[in-house]
Design a protein around this ligand. Sequence first.
Ligand SMILES: Nc1ncnc2c1ncn2[C@@H]1O[C@H](COP(=O)(O)OP(=O)(O)OP(=O)(O)O)[C@@H](O)[C@H]1O
Length: 316
Amino acid sequence: MADTQARRSEHPVVLEGLTKRFRRTVALDSVGFILEPGEVFGYLGPNGAGKTTTIRLLMGMIRPTSGRARVFGLDVWAEAREVHRLVGYVPGEPSLYPRLTGREHVAYLGHLRGRDDTARARTVAERLGLDLSRRTRTLSRGNRQKLAIVLAVMSAPRLLVLDEPTSGLDPLVQREFHALLREHTADGGSVLLSSHILGEVQRVADRIGVVREGRLVAVERLADLSGKSLHHIRATFADAVRPDDFAGVTGVRGLTVDGQSLTCSAPQSALDDLLKRVSAHRVIDFECAEAELDEMFLTYYGGESDALQRVAQDAS
Ligand SMILES: Nc1ncnc2c1ncn2[C@@H]1O[C@H](COP(=O)(O)OP(=O)(O)OP(=O)(O)O)[C@@H](O)[C@H]1O
């Protein structure tokens, strides 16, 4: 134990050349990054990019083909038990006992950890609007997700590892959850948060790592990324509009004006100018949806694969 203490590093996560092959599939190819104390690191990538594989490696659930992962200086494979004491983990698909209530889950986990976190669990459950008295088999997907969050944060761990934690949560609950994360980092805790939605990560992350086809293609500070996220805009007006009314806004692409309707894509940095042009007319319907991350990869990180290149050609 004393030896373990001495080897502990202040870095919550250090990944070095982490590679995982499943037969012929290279799920992860030499991924490396370091998480700083007090930081929220958003781990972004489209479906199948390798996010869950990275997290399962980090939690010592699967063994790397090569490379290694450390949590506070501990080897996640060889010292998994010690690592689990320091980490609150929300898996992509929470595994809960269907017959037990939320409260019984809290008590059971407390028993395993040798500590009573009931009071904190109750507070977090209340904030997220979760009824701890219900058996988990009767809970909706969103409520099961809330319970997984309660179980991960109740022991106030120094590192939270969250695999798409807000999928299934409504926006108000997401906001409360993000507030919880901010409190966690204000107390010196760190967070690794995986997601395929840039907008979500933008709200909470300090830095973002982008993974695509198993490779880490970018690590950026959030401040450098803002302005890059692409939005799809669709507006319908009471009267006919002309293309000239919307021309010359920097960054706007695919502008189509047809009678009383407008469609285009625009980076965040163009939204203010574009909205001012839109609001110069009488609007009867308006939609602004953030583009999927795949499109952002095409725009900012290139598209090496054939499929991505085809989409790029179709779009141009
Ligand atoms: N146990 C496994 N056996 C074989 N292939 C696997 C296994 N686990 C993952 N893969 C493959 O590894 C790649 C990365 O998958 P992973 O689940 O890590 O992606 P992800 O980024 O988490 O995606 P999602 O957002 O869809 O969960 C995929 O091609 C996937 O099919």
